[in-house]
Design a protein around this ligand. Structure first.
Ligand code: FES
Length: 364
């Protein structure tokens, strides 16, 4: 596994560049680059982020792994060089993608990581460069990049090169403005093939749902579909939603849109606005009350009830749960009229009040 792929040193670089140019041409010829509403800060985070990652961060991480390996574990260099190539490739990709699933999921469930990943979800349009839109530090501590360096050190350079090419194909196509699967869903006879494909690989529809603004649209799931190359992890760990549809609204709800320097350089640069979660020392306050909220609901309307107790729009979700393990509850009103929605978040009949707040009041 230690000889270069196709006999070309660093073969993944020209191939990945080829993939990027291919998708760039698609976006140019489809007119997308004329229509885009991206601002300077968006471009710099996406294009600049890509260049810094590819030319700097990755190389520094791999060099660091080699420095540690050669100084402390020299006996393991090339330890896997004789491994069967196909086996090495599958192992490399599965471990890589499982690591990335958990890293990505953690970036939605833990506050510090969420702030490093938040920029990725601020994009209100897809486009293949969104793939590289994260804070710089997000990549520095990304386990996959350290895994890449480790496998190369162990002698798996060929598996890594091919693995990177295959993974980029899936990841970039999942972010592209021209989702290939949208076209394929129109042909019934392709259904069995797509059904198998989407149960193994990430499709654009699967990933677009992750970028959708709100679950209220019945398509999006910003707190699910975390996979990068394979959808198997989401199915295995209960976070998969397959619906083959594309949300019309992408991005974050209630996004105060800090300056791009705070998004990209967090935690080294933070937002100046003290009400922005990217500002230094920002704390999400509890907003629960020990009284239910009496709200007029409309029959057939969908609502997101806040479960995290941090929303500024109680009893409904305003996306403040990002960076925690809590998720809102989606429900549809069965009738028009006033209902008592729980606001103490202790109800066992969510979203409705079951008088749990009375017990809480007694405990105070
Ligand atoms: S703000 Fe979304 S669950 Fe609380």
């Amino acid at each position: 596994m230690n000889e270069p792929l196709f006999g070309i040193p660093n073969a993944d670089v020209p191939f990945v560049m080829g993939i990027l140019i291919f998708f760039l041409l698609i976006e140019i010829f489809s007119g997308y680059l004329h229509r885009t509403k991206r601002k300077f800060g968006d471009w710099i985070q996406e294009l600049g982020g890509f260049l810094v990652l590819s030319l700097g961060t990755k190389a520094i991480i791999v060099s660091t792994v080699f420095f540690i390996g050669l100084n402390f574990f020299p006996q393991y260099q090339y330890a896997l060089a004789e491994m069967n190539f196909a086996l090495g490739l599958v192992l490399y990709l599965l471990i890589d993608d499982c690591l990335q699933y958990w890293y990505h999921r953690s970036a939605h469930e833990y506050e510090f990581l969420w702030k490093l990943h938040r920029a990725h979800h601020q994009a209100e349009e897809m486009g293949f460069f969104v793939s590289y839109r994260n804070a710089w530090f997000y990549y520095v501590i990304m386990p996959n990049l350290w895994w890449v360096g480790t496998v190369v050190f162990l002698g798996g350079v060929k598996a890594v090169a091919l693995g990177l090419i295959l993974k980029q194909l899936i990841v970039i196509s999942a972010h592209s403005t021209i989702p290939y699967d949208k076209f394929l869903y129109q042909f019934k006879f392709l259904n069995p093939i797509i059904s198998i494909w989407e149960r193994i690989f990430i499709t654009p529809a699967f990933h677009y749902a992750h970028h959708g603004k709100t679950k209220r649209d019945g398509i999006s799931d910003p707190n699910g579909n975390f996979g990068n190359m394979f959808s198997i992890w989401d199915q295995l760990f209960g976070t998969a939603t397959f619906n083959r549809q594309f949300p019309t609204e992408l991005g974050l709800e209630n996004d105060p849109k800090e300056h791009w320097t705070a998004s990209y350089f967090y935690p080294f640069i933070t937002a100046k606005d003290k009400n922005n979660e990217m500002s230094r020392g920002y704390v999400k306050e509890d907003t629960i009350t020990l009284e239910p909220a009496t709200i007029q609901l409309e029959k057939g309307e969908k609502y997101l009830w806040c479960r995290c107790g941090k929303s500024k729009n109680q009893p409904f979700c305003d996306s403040s749960h990002h960076g925690t393990k809590m998720t809102p509850l989606l429900f549809e009103a069965k009738r028009t009229g006033n209902v008592r929605l729980c606001n103490c978040k202790a109800t066992k009949a969510g979203p409705f009040c079951d008088d749990s707040h009375i017990e809480m009041k007694k405990d105070q």
